[in-house]
Design a protein around this ligand. Structure first.
Ligand SMILES: Cc1cc2nc3c(=O)[nH]c(=O)nc-3n(C[C@H](O)[C@H](O)[C@H](O)COP(=O)(O)OP(=O)(O)OC[C@H]3O[C@@H](n4cnc5c(N)ncnc54)[C@H](O)[C@@H]3O)c2cc1C
Length: 323
């Protein structure tokens, strides 16, 4: 029985594997693909970036399971061919998830490793927002970047820990951010953390502050309190978005539906369900923001009740308890 290894599992490699199976029902066929996907539609990537194709899964034409079940082909994604020993007829393979390396023998070897993007020697290529498009992760990165930079003017109502994180992330994405709160202590922490405009709503009407900064209203307003939909409707621009993030199970706001219709708004709830949590963790892991700047108090364990009281009163932002 012949054993064939194919390096590269997209257009060339996957087609070759399927064709080989039709020509030889007995052969052992292994496809090594260092990327996370096999047989995806490169040609669809621009449509995915442009949101014509909305779901990443629509780019994938086949999965390793399908290759296994339909063709008896062993597709190993995230496995890279790192060395070829032609005399011994062996490929050294690195499992990119575990880091393990092993050798795989072959009778025939097919190399279909594709190409990498040619990057012209131009000035400014290191600036943010410059990409190459070759793979699904490349395209997902571009989509994420566009999404993050879409809202230019953001207002966060509620400067507690959740609102503060929103504000820092928006600022890191280049948006002009304003945070409104009643707690002077929290607003001071946010100003020190680099939020350019904080509004103490007990002393200054939010509508006027937003109008001063934006003329027509904010592109995105986050209610990080849980009962501020009405205030958000006042300060969002026509065609803008409102994200309802704050948690207040007792709030029963009377909704000004006409304002939503007239301004043609998009209003959505945001919690941890629709993939936001893993994405937020990934952003934090990349060190895009420094959440440590939100730490307002460090207290010993015996003062934990003080810590909770300070948080409830809005005097503290994030409290670390030392034991
Ligand atoms: C944005 C875009 C749009 C396109 N639109 C069209 C179009 O409309 N019409 C058209 O005809 N063509 C189009 N193409 C071109 C077409 O996609 C390519 O010609 C085709 O993908 C080439 O297939 P390939 O298998 O040779 O290489 P690739 O598709 O690049 O696949 C090679 C694979 O090999 C893997 N690999 C490389 N080295 C190793 C290794 N050592 N170990 C394991 N795996 C490895 C890589 O991770 C890669 O996934 C487009 C390409 C792009 C990028």
């Amino acid at each position: 029985m012949r054993k064939v290894i194919i390096v590269g599992g997209v257009a060339g490699g996957a087609t070759c594997a399927a064709r080989l199976r039709r020509l030889d029902e007995e052969a052992e066929i292994i496809v090594l693909e260092r990327g996370p996907f096999v047989s995806f539609a490169n040609c669809g990537l621009p449509y995915y970036i442009g949101d014509v194709i909305r779901e990443e899964s629509k780019l994938l034409q086949a999965s390793p399971e399908l290759f296994r079940q339909r063709f008896r082909i062993d597709v190993r994604t995230q496995h890279e061919a790192v060395r070829i020993d032609r005399d011994a007829r062996e490929v050294t393979v690195r499992d990119l998830v575990s880091g393990r390396e092993y050798r795989e023998s072959y009778d025939a070897l097919v190399l279909s490793p594709g190409a990498s993007p040619v990057v012209p020697p131009l000035e400014g290529l290191q600036l943010p927002g410059i990409f190459t498009v070759r793979t699904v992760p490349d395209s997902a990165g571009i989509r994420e970047w566009i999404e993050r930079h879409n809202a230019k003017r953001a207002v966060v109502i509620g400067g507690g820990p959740a609102g503060a994180l929103h504000a820092l992330l928006f600022a890191a994405a280049g948006a002009r951010v304003m945070v409104a709160d009643r707690s002077r202590a929290r607003l001071d922490i946010l100003a020190r953390a680099g939020i350019p405009r904080v509004v103490d709503v007990s002393a200054e009407p939010l509508v006027e502050a937003v109008r001063e900064e934006t003329c027509d209203g904010a592109d995105l307003v986050v209610d990080a309190v849980g009962d501020q939909l009405d205030a958000a409707l006042d300060v969002v621009r026509s065609g803008g978005r409102i994200s309802l993030f704050g948690m207040n199970s007792r709030a029963r706001p009377a909704v000004r539906q006409n304002a939503i219709t007239r301004k043609e708004l998009t209003i959505y709830g945001s919690y941890v369900g629709v993939n936001t949590f893993p994405r937020a963790i990934a952003i934090l892991e990349r060190g895009v923001i420094a959440p440590r700047r939100l730490l307002s108090d460090v207290l010993p364990l015996e003062r934990i009740h003080d810590a909770l009281a300070r948080l409830r009163a809005g005097d503290a932002m994030k409290v670390a308890i030392r034991h």
